[in-house]
Ligand binder design. Structure first.
Ligand code: NAD
Length: 507
């Protein structure tokens, strides 16, 4: 695989955002940010040092008391303003995402829309924070519950949704009264700073939202810091496991969302053309770099598999791979040259293990200098023991597994280590009902290939796709970013004043 082309011109450095302003930080370590469409370095990003982490947590900690005491309605008003500004700036942010990530502009705009919806949800925080009340739990005694913010919370996010995944986290965390530190992916860090600028413009007090760039050192610094109360993580499973383990060992509340291998069951009664269109978008959209991408199609019956392949394979071959800024492009480049090499290794492994490679996306792309492009690949006769089945590839590679029945499909999916999303395509209500009931996966689509829950539901997988008890955003997000307090109150009366030594019970 050839090395990426290096730009010889001086490139800008993307700052941290601490205490309401852009800062360069104290670290001597930094990383390069690429434009994956050209293979050129477009910027550098500092990797936070211990001093930067300390300064950032101190700023967030100092801002917490006042922000937590700000009435939720006032916090919501700032989010309303942020929502408007975000919508106005969405083209600018989409352009930055597309430049550093490589996804098409329309895809980048789509992720901002999905993020905006979480802001809209968070604007309802006065209602979402309402507790419960019971009058007269005992004679003259009332009880009520409160949800209160945790303190400084941190969000660690992956490269594949540089705006949407942070937006899954901070609008809800801030609305609940927490202060926030975002540690975005070092591969496409520009969107995070644009979001920080918009939050400042919306009137968010300094220190309430901060951005700390970096790699493992920054993450571990946050995981070990005593003033960080909770961590939301989204990324690969090995890192999610590490973050969950280290964070909980250090007394923090942690939700850590990991990798995925999402199956789509194709029943013999499904509309094949609809399935083909659904698979093209769900498997190859964003070059397969989505945690909800479909990477395995489970065809029920050989006739169903053969019919599917007949219509799908030519369309995979004809996928329009090109510059993300070109309106005709269906698939941009992969994120890095190393990742493209890794995906190519998986394709080679699949061939070696005996799967039938129907479309080879490496042809015309692998090893080509310049951008990190790769065509779409399609495998038939993938088996459950193969690496291309067991492991997350995170690229434009779809495998077809043939099974004899829906029961067999369900057993297969329930045995996989990942359980993020899944879908079934069928015309049968009975089959769909049996599937949704028996399938052990966090998010399920019926004739919907990418069942990403709306902002007022919550997002999360099962098994190795999520460590922790809470899904992200929606009401689950409000629960994650608050802790419950139960108050039992009695106001003094003249009667019955005496000490009680038995366990209090209702009188
Ligand atoms: P990644 O795990 O490499 O990185 C995620 C974050 O962790 C980044 O901010 C990175 O700087 C940091 N990190 C990386 N290595 C680390 C280490 N050793 N110790 C501490 N921190 C570390 O993931 P990625 O490549 O950026 O993103 C792709 C992965 O994210 C895929 O596995 C994908 O399935 C997953 N993902 C999951 C969801 C979900 O909702 N479940 C959503 C999006 C992406």
């Amino acid at each position: 695989m050839s090395a990426p082309i290096q730009s010889t011109l001086a490139v800008p450095s993307i700052p941290h955002w601490i205490g309401g302003e852009a800062v360069g930080g104290a670290s001597s370590r930094s990383g390069d940010v690429y434009n994956p469409s050209t293979g050129c370095i477009t910027a550098t990003v500092p990797y936070a040092s211990a001093a930067d982490i300390k300064a950032c947590v101190a700023a967030a900690h100092a801002a917490f008391g006042k922000w937590a005491a700000t009435p939720p309605l006032r916090r919501a008003r700032i989010l309303f303003r942020f929502r408007q500004l975000l919508e106005s700036a969405s083209d600018q942010i989409a352009e930055a995402i597309s430049r550093e990530h490589g996804k098409t502009l329309s895809d980048a705009r789509g992720e901002i829309v999905r993020g905006l919806e979480v802001v809209e949800f968070a604007c309802g925080i006065p209602d979402l924070l309402k507790g419960e009340y019971n009058e007269n739990v005992g004679t003259g005694v009332d009880a009520f519950s409160l949800r209160q913010p945790l303190g400084v919370v941190a969000g660690i996010t992956p490269f594949n949704f540089p705006a949407m995944v942070p937006l899954w986290m901070f609008p809800v965390a801030l609305a609940c009264g927490n202060t926030f530190i975002l540690k975005p992916s070092e591969r496409d860090p520009s969107a995070s700073i644009l979001l920080a600028q918009l939050l400042r413009e919306s009137g968010l007090p300094e220190g309430v939202f901060n951005v700390l760039h970096g790699d493992r050192e920054a993450v571990d610094g946050l995981l070990h810091h005593p003033d960080v109360a909770a961590i939301s993580f989204v990324g690969s499973t090995p890192v999610a496991r590490h973050v969950f383990h280290e964070g909980t060992q250090h007394g923090k509340r942690v939700q850590a969302l990991g990798g995925a291998k999402n199956h789509m069951v194709v029943m013999p009664d499904a509309d094949v053309d609809e399935v083909v269109d659904a698979l093209l978008g769900a498997a190859y959209g964003s070059a397969g770099e989505r945690c909800m991408a479909i990477s395995i199609a489970v065809a029920v019956g050989d006739a169903c598999a053969d019919q599917l392949i007949e219509r799908l394979a030519p369309k995979v071959k004809a996928l329009r791979v090109g510059l993300p800024s070109d309106g005709q492009t269906e698939m941009g480049p992969l994120i890095t040259s190393e990742h493209r090499a890794r995906v190519c290794d998986y394709i080679e492994a699949g061939v070696g293990e005996g799967a039938n490679l129907l479309v080879d996306g490496r042809i015309g792309y692998a090893g080509k200098p310049g951008g990190f492009f790769l065509g779409g690949s399609l495998f038939d006769r993938v088996q459950a023991n193969m690496r291309i089945y067991r492991e997350e590839i995170f690229g434009p590679v779809l495998g077809i597994v043939r099974v004899a029945s829906l029961d067999e499909a369900i057993k297969l999916i329930n045995s996989h280590m990942y359980a993020n999303g899944t879908a079934i395509f069928t015309r049968s209500g009975n089959a769909a009902r049996a599937f949704t009931s028996a399938i052990e996966v966090g998010m399920v689509g019926v004739n919907v290939p990418l069942p990403v829950p709306m902002a007022f539901h919550s997002f999360g997988g099962w098994r190795s796709s999520l460590f922790g008890d809470h899904h992200i955003y929606g009401r689950e997000g409000v629960r994650f970013y608050t802790r419950l307090k139960a108050v039992t109150q009695r106001w003094p009366r003249e009667l019955e004043r005496r000490a009680e030594f038995a366990m209090p019970t209702m009188k």
